[in-house]
Ligand binder design. Structure first.
Ligand code: PRX
Length: 648
């Protein structure tokens, strides 16, 4: 970390800064100081200004039952109203969603059309399936506008959506359906990828085999491929939507009524259902879209994430629509038909803000160093990255080749649990440094501390924490309040009180900028997707000949991190196990969790009390020399044996 303090500083583009919402660091500090001096006043003003309340709130924040915190108590609102209805008078004919299909088909959906589609969808959910406020609805959809309609229709009637990323397997889908006790699944027959149809419906069919809380399945026809139809359970969206009224009064929701669940991996056990509630979440989704991307009325904003991840929730659907922006939704693969696809889309749609993951940046760079210059990308103003630490070479390419040295790069740090960005540059104000998330956003009390709340020495790694609750903070782990407290508020205290620990390590530089160094727990970040080592291990253990397994992350030049599995077999020589284990992982989790490396070893390095020494395994995976003391191991000789096998 010696060059941490000497990174080149890039000033904001002065032309851009002139019209930015936050124009310089004085404005940033003024906002942050206001939040420090009058925390509740800061948030109350924001909530009054940004949200169209049905009834105003009476209390700003209640932390008497910390970490179970309430924001904007007494307030009533509806998130779909915030995202649609309130724009209709002034922006009815403006494009809300600009959809580009895999095969280049483009559909522009205006706010008026979005309103009609969402109202009809909401009526369908109520009339045909009896979905009510508080019911859970699982959404397993491709990247098509109906996915957004489904989310907003749930919000309109007060149902809680739980989107499961379309790459997850039937077993993962089944677990999430059961945990949330969902009565309805919304899916599609399939969609298109690389000009070929693929199917989603069979995954849903498999997930619903055996006992299930699901009564009905709503199927959106996207590619009209033949799929199995279960009479009495499966319903055609296009049939049912035809005769629905396009008027559905929004349900009056309390500020703290749940909006959605989104399952994410933790360091132990099964994925957790992260719960976000209505007012705090939508407020922060909107504020951060406005501040961090500085989206203007006439701008076109493209976030390349999938709606199945938090980035898709907050920055494809809720944030942009809450502020009345035009948001791009893309069905396809950004490297297909070639690495020029995203830059062609920027050119075709005059996209102003482009937001993607470091993995995508690395792949696009590798496939086409000068590809962006083959297109007119002059509309671009802000480039964003999210999901994993970005490496300086990828950052430089993004800045120089894609942004032509004139666009701000916003390295946005956040998590499923934070609801929206928490640490990020502001494009018109913050001088940026390569691969650095810079400073907490106004209102966010993010700090690097140790377990006892002390600030580490300059340049030393510490734990990235948020020391005061913020409106978009995770409200709970569905059905498991103890896990919520333990997972996020169990490790770090400040002034004797527990604080929210992100699970990430980070370091300050001499200017107080925060650089996130990655997870400190057993979570790996594969292509910006969170994967619990425990989950992958549980899948591998399902193989009948596997006795023990330990999974660690290993640096990967495209994916950020890859999955490295150490496996001990029960008996016999290795035959087809690697192939069979990969099949099991595909079935249990999905292809995103396939191992990059799998080695079969005689035993795991364990302490005498039986604890696996993962640090040793991480070092071996990286081919680093072992510096730890191995004399405390039950069998120190196993280390050399593993090293020899990995070196082969
Ligand atoms: O380790 C951090 C990493 O992604 C984790 C959150 O993953 P998830 O909940 O799936 O949300 C991803 C999209 C918000 C964090 O704990 N992470 C996210 N953004 C960054 C990052 N690491 C470094 N720099 C970032 N900008």
């Amino acid at each position: 970390m010696s060059d941490l303090h000497n990174r080149h500083v890039y000033q904001p583009n002065p032309e851009f800064a002139k019209n930015a919402r936050i124009k310089n660091m004085d404005e940033y500090h003024a906002l942050q100081n206001k939040a420090i001096e009058d925390y509740e006043g800061f948030w109350a003003d924001a909530a009054k200004e940004k949200i169209d309340w049905i009834e105003p709130f009476t209390n700003v924040m209640d932390e008497s039952n910390f970490p179970f915190v309430k924001w904007f108590d007494g307030g009533k609102l509806n998130v779909s109203y915030q995202c649609i209805d309130r724009h209709l008078k002034t922006r009815g004919e403006k494009t809300a969603i600009l959809f580009e299909g895999d095969r280049g088909d483009v559909v522009k959906i205006t706010y008026n059309e979005l309103s009609r589609n969402v109202n009809k969808f909401a009526n369908l959910l109520k009339e045909d399936f009896g979905v009510k406020k508080g019911d859970r609805v699982v959404v397993y959809m491709p990247m098509i506008p109906e996915a957004a309609y489904a989310m907003l229709a749930c919000a309109r009637i007060g149902a809680i959506h739980s989107i499961v990323f379309g790459g997850f397997s039937s077993e993962s889908l089944k677990d999430r359906i059961e945990d949330a006790q969902a009565k309805l699944v919304i899916t599609a027959d399939g969609a298109y990828r690389k000009e070929k149809p693929y199917l989603l419906k069979p995954v849903v069919d498999a997930a619903l085999e055996g006992e299930t809380p699901v009564e009905k399945v709503l199927v959106v026809e996207r590619n009209n491929e033949e799929v199995t139809w279960v009479e009495g359970r499966d319903c055609s969206y296009h049939e049912l939507i035809k005769d629905k009224s396009d008027v559905c009064a929004p349900e009056v929701m309390e500020s703290e009524d749940p909006l959605f669940l989104l399952y994410t991996s933790g360091s132990t056990g099964k994925p957790k259902g992260v719960q976000h509630n209505s007012a705090g979440y939508i407020l922060w989704a909107q504020m951060t879209t406005e501040w961090v991307f500085d989206v203007k009325e006439e701008d076109v904003f493209w976030c390349t994430a999938d709606v199945g991840w938090i980035t898709g929730h907050t920055y494809i659907v809720y944030g942009p629509l809450a502020m009345g922006a035009t948001t791009v939704m893309f069905e396809g693969v950004i490297t297909y038909p070639d690495a020029g696809r995203p830059w062609k889309m920027v050119q075709d749609h005059k996209i102003n803000q482009f937001y993607t993951a470091p993995t995508a940046i690395r792949v696009l760079h590798k496939m086409g160093d000068h590809e962006p210059s083959n297109y007119d990308t002059s509309s671009l103003k802000v480039l964003g990255t999210v999901g994993e630490p970005i490496d300086p070479p990828a950052w430089q390419w993004y800045y120089n080749e894609v942004g032509q040295g004139k666009c701000a790069i916003v390295d946005t740090y956040w998590q499923t649990e934070t609801g929206g960005h928490v640490i990020s540059p502001l494009p018109g104000a913050t001088p940026i440094k390569p691969a650095c998330a810079t400073l907490p956003l106004p209102g966010i009390m993010a700090e690097i501390i140790d377990e006892k709340g002390n600030t580490p020495e300059l340049g030393e790694k510490g734990l990235l924490c948020i020391t005061r609750p913020w409106p978009a903070m995770i409200r709970g782990v569905w059905g498991d309040p103890e896990r919520f407290v333990k997972a996020y508020f169990g490790d770090v205290t400040k002034n004797g009180k527990p604080v929210y620990f992100t699970g990430d390590g980070a370091v300050y530089d001499k200017d107080g900028y925060i650089t996130v160094t990655g997870r400190t727990d057993d979570v790996i970040n594969v292509s910006g997707h969170r994967m619990g080592t425990a989950e992958v291990e549980a899948a591998i253990l399902k193989h009948e000949n596997v006795a023990e397994v330990a999974v660690v992350g290993k640096p990967h030049n495209l994916k950020g991190e890859g999955i490295f599995a150490y496996i001990v077999l029960k008996e016999g020589e290795v035959t087809n196990e690697a192939k069979e284990i990969n099949e099991i992982i595909k079935k249990e989790i999905g292809s995103i969790a396939l191992c990059d490396d799998m080695v079969f070893i005689p035993g795991l390095p364990k302490t005498r009390s039986g604890k696996i020494m993962r640090r040793i395994l991480r070092s071996i995976a990286k081919c680093e020399a072992i510096t730890q003391d191995i004399s405390t191991l039950e069998d120190p000789s196993v280390v050399a044996k593993i090293e020899a096998i990995v070196a082969k």
